[in-house]
Every structure is written in structure tokens, then in C-alpha cells.
Design a protein around this ligand. Sequence first.
Ligand code: C2E
Ligand code: CA
Ligand code: CA
Ligand code: CA
Length: 281
Amino acid sequence: RAGKSLFEAQRVGRGKIVSHGGYYASPTAVRDGLANGEFFLWFQPVIELTGGRAVGAEALVRWQHPTRGLVSPTEFIPLCEASGSIQVLGRWIVRESIAAAENWRRLRSPEGRPLSVSINASARELASDGYGAYVLAECAAAGFPPDLVRIEVTETEFGTDAGAVRDNIRLLRGAGVLISMDDFGTGHSSLARLTEIDLDVIKIDQSFVGVIDADTESPVAELAIKLAAALGLDVIAEGVETETQARWLRDRGCAFAQGYLYSRPIPAGEFLARFVETRST
Ligand code: C2E
Ligand code: CA
Ligand code: CA
Ligand code: CA
């Protein structure tokens, strides 16, 4: 068990635990952190490049740790995966994301466009029995339509050939949930493999978007847009920071984008105020 060895690595001398490395993200610590309200979600809008309106938001988790301060998910998510605490944290993330999106849905004007919510799932969650059923049960409990939920999985994690991954994806897609391949271009999936995976959306990694400027093209971003079109998939560019990048992507047929040009990740209430067309306005 990866989790166990991680904790054992923290033990030195006479069983003394050194509090660095993964220790702070143990299942008990994460449970306590959830109970104490240390975790919260911020949301980054997904923008339609023609027109500039939000079509949804991606949930991004944060941990306000009592002694470590605000910890980045790039730091604690891998530790939660190694220790197994991602299972309990991931389920909280699913529930909270759907609750926020259901709130926007209730307050949105009927003429407005339905807003989707994108939830990141790590390999270990997607490979666990019952993950798909849990997502659908939370939708049902909240009264939220599953076809407005998108589950983001990184390219590398799709490589896991575990039967449970396939079963979860099949169950989710059968209920209308869309599956997005996150960080596209950074993994190593063959083109043949891409056509085998049950997939709806490709997200171009921000490293291939950040290079674009007035005199620099991005061959990988261009290829990803063409590939998505050929496979009948939606495509979202990540990390769009300049108008030049947005125009370049729009001109090449990329329909959707996220990035600081539009908004940093923000609290659910701020997303509601800035990006949801509500009944009263
Ligand atoms: P990601 O899923 O690829 O998320 C995109 C990251 O890029 C986010 O960092 C976001 O804040 C950042 N970003 C967005 N727009 C821009 C931009 O224009 N410029 C730049 N430089 N950065 C931008 P964040 O929130 O720190 O999340 C980092 C990673 O942590 C995520 O990468 C994802 O892999 C993981 N993560 C975050 N939340 C969750 C979660 O709820 N569950 C799981 N399993 N992983 C999560
Ligand atoms: Ca993501
Ligand atoms: Ca990404
Ligand atoms: Ca990433």
C-alpha cells in the first residue's frame, strides 16, 4: 500500500513522527480538516470564445491549513492520492461542486444558458468501485441534471486499464455526464488509443496555450483543435491569458477557453454575481 509506506517514511527513531512530507494529508487529517471547514472550492468560468459568455465552471479545491496556510492542490492532491484520503476528500468535492451548480441553476434566468460544472477526478477515485454511482446519487439528491456535470481526468490517468475505470465512465456517460481529458498533450496516449477511449471533451494543456503570441504559433494546440473536430469532441483551451491567444484559438476553431484573461478561480458567490444571468437582472 502506497499510503502506508508514505506514513512509515515519516517515522524515525523511536516511532517519532516528523511532520513534513505527506503526514499532514493523512485520512484522519483530511477528515478533521473537512470537519473544521478548512477545505473550500473556487470556480473558474469556462468561456465561449465567440460571444464571451460563461457556459460553466470548473471546481478547484483549496486547503486553508491551520499551520501551513493556504496549500496548493498541486501539493496536497498527490499526497491525498498516496495516502488514500483522496477518497473522502473527492466525495466532499463532488457534493460541494454539485451543490454550488444547483444553486446557480435555481437562480439563473430561464432564458439563460444552462451552466455546467466540471469536477476533477484523480485516477484513484475513478478506479474505485462506486465512484460513478456516487456522482449520480449526489445529482439525484440535489435535483441537479447529470448532463450538466463534466468529469475531468488527466490523459495519463486514462491509461489505467482497470475495469472499474471503464465501468465508472460507462455508467456516467450513460446518464449524460460528459468526460473530459485534462492536460491534453502532456501524456503519452497514442492516436489509436484516443479513438478507443469514451470521451467527450479535450482540454488543451496551458503549456501549449502559453507559448502563443503575435509571432509564435502552437503546433500542438492547433493539432488538438483539429483532432477534436475530427473525432467529434468539444475542445477547451486552458490558461488563456491574452487577447492574442484568445483570437488565435478562435480563428482556428477552438470554441471554449479558461484562463486569467477571463477570470482567476473565484468563490461560488462571486461566480454567481459575475457570470450567471440571474432572474432579477
Ligand atoms: P488543472 O485541473 O489543470 O487546473 C488548472 C490549473 O490552472 C488551476 O490551478 C488554475 O487555477 C490554473 N489556471 C487557470 N487559468 C490559468 C491561467 O490563465 N494562467 C495560469 N498560469 N494558471 C491558470 P490550481 O487551482 O492550483 O489546480 C492545480 C491542479 O490541482 C489542477 O490542475 C488539478 O490537477 C488539481 N486539482 C485542483 N482541484 C482539484 C480537485 O478538486 N480534485 C482533484 N483530483 N484535483 C484537483
Ligand atoms: Ca482540470
Ligand atoms: Ca488542466
Ligand atoms: Ca494540471
